[in-house]
Write a protein that binds this ligand. Structure first.
Ligand SMILES: NC(=O)c1ccc[n+]([C@@H]2O[C@H](COP(=O)([O-])OP(=O)(O)OC[C@H]3O[C@@H](n4cnc5c(N)ncnc54)[C@H](OP(=O)(O)O)[C@@H]3O)[C@@H](O)[C@H]2O)c1
Length: 279
């Protein structure tokens, strides 16, 4: 069986390739704009912004995982995701799996959930056989934010929220299980960490692990927008970043499931373990 990973040169995609190779018993094809960066035995060129390249890239695959890009220009990622799904359908890929986001819902661009929702709906309406793995917020992304916060002294957000942060490695292992095993047609999974952390709990953990003081500040949307702008983020990126913070407050990532273990065969790492070398 030939399994394709679109986005295989990225951090998540490389992890999925690695897990599939370690499982064995399948042929793994890695696809990206830079096939030389792909660690799979077969690497192909495929650019989400050049749909004609995807038809060739996905030819002969039985299963395909579509990993979205981090493109943040309004509408771009939705267009990319839909082009990839269309190309997979046209190439006759038997099962198309899509990496989506927790909390996904119909939202106008540039909300972070807009492109994931558009893609999920397109997949469900057009693919012969599909599955979705929604990812909760990366613990690695939180670590980046926490390092910046330690330098500034405060973790800044829009108010109280809980998030069950999940490591990228656990998501990669779960995605590999989803692709390698049968029986996932029409399934929606959500990859989360083992428990949700409040803001106060996060701040205390970072403070303990880093040995440095940290507090948390809740700002208004306008004040946080100004802060992101003054930090040099382009306007459209500011709006995406705000929508993520609003998603936190709305409970979009306050979800705990057993899906990492269900798909990968091993429990997700705890937040303490995942952050132990982060500071
Ligand atoms: N849940 C979270 O907290 C969180 C946080 C950050 C990101 N994410 C999401 O996680 C996913 C991937 O994360 P990651 O850490 O693996 O990101 P990454 O390391 O930046 O990987 C992105 C991948 O997309 C590929 N790519 C970029 N533009 C492309 C294009 N036009 N056509 C084809 N491939 C393209 C890149 O390969 P080439 O450049 O070689 O083409 C690379 O393989 C994305 O959906 C991202 O939005 C989630």
């Amino acid at each position: 069986m030939k399994i394709g990973i679109s986005g295989a040169s990225g951090k998540l995609g490389a992890g999925v390739v690695d897990h599939l190779l370690r499982r064995g018993g399948v042929e793994v094809v890695g696809i990206s704009r830079t096939p030389t960066e792909v660690t799979a035995p077969e690497a192909r060129f495929g650019d989400y912004d050049q749909p004609e390249s995807l038809a060739v890239a996905y030819d002969g695959l039985e299963r395909l995982l579509i990993i979205p890009t981090t493109a943040l220009a309004p509408g771009q990622r939705a267009r990319q995701n839909i082009a990839a799904i269309d190309a997979a359908n046209q190439a006759g890929v038997k099962h198309v799996a899509f990496m989506s986001s927790s909390g996904v819902r119909a939202r106008p661009e540039p909300d972070v959930w807009a492109s994931y929702f558009a893609a999920e709906q397109h997949l469900m309406r057009t693919a012969a056989s599909w599955s979705v793995l929604r990812m909760n917020y990366y613990v690695e992304s939180f670590a980046d934010e926490a390092r910046r916060a330690l330098d500034q002294g405060s973790l800044v957000g829009l108010g109280e929220n809980k998030v069950a942060f999940v490591s990228r490695a656990d998501l990669a292992a779960a995605a590999a299980g989803l692709l390698a095993d049968a029986g996932h047609d029409g399934a929606i999974y959500t990859g989360t960490g083992p428990r949700a952390w409040s803001v106060a709990e996060r701040v205390a953990l970072v403070s303990r692990l880093s040995g440095r003081p940290l507090d948390a500040i809740a700002l208004t949307v306008d004040a946080l927008r100004l802060g992101f702008s003054q930090a040099g983020l382009p306007p459209h990126v500011v709006e995406v970043a705000l929508s993520i913070r609003q998603g936190f407050v709305d409970g979009g990532f306050d979800i705990v499931t057993g899906d990492i273990e269900r798909l990968s065969g091993r429990p997700p790492r705890s937040m303490e373990d995942a952050l132990v070398d982060a500071f």
